[in-house]
Design a protein. Structure first.
Length: 115
């Protein structure tokens, strides 16, 4: 029974997101204005609640993503996804450094004194 309830819950959330996407994309000006005045506050509140649950503990670990055997460092996946969608989507490039970043995507920096 729990699996059916969980699937129904997930489907309801996805249906609501699909509805909001469709309204934002295809709605008339009045519908989009109503959407902005009601849903933006709800969505930012939801993001804040999720991020609050994933605040690092006194050891710098995410209490929600950590398990008994393995502790997850902050920022966890939730914070990374939030940053990608809320910041990088507005034109700020996502951090692409580290050993898995593609070399071609990195900024080339000339050494000091090079001409």
């Amino acid at each position: 029974m729990d699996e059916i309830l969980a699937a129904t819950f997930r489907r309801a959330v996805h249906d609501r997101l699909d509805y909001l996407d469709k309204l934002a994309a295809d709605g008339d000006l009045r519908s989009r204005a109503a959407l902005a005045s009601t849903e933006i506050a709800r969505l930012t509140s939801a993001w804040r609640s999720v991020l609050d649950a994933h605040q690092p503990d006194e050891h710098g670990r995410c209490p929600q993503c950590s398990g008994w055997l393995r502790r997850r460092a902050h920022p966890c996946t939730v914070w990374t996804i939030a940053h990608q969608h809320l910041m990088a989507a507005d034109g700020f490039p996502a951090a692409e450094n580290g050993r898995h970043a593609r070399a071609a995507d990195r900024l080339a920096v000339a050494p000091l004194g090079a001409s």
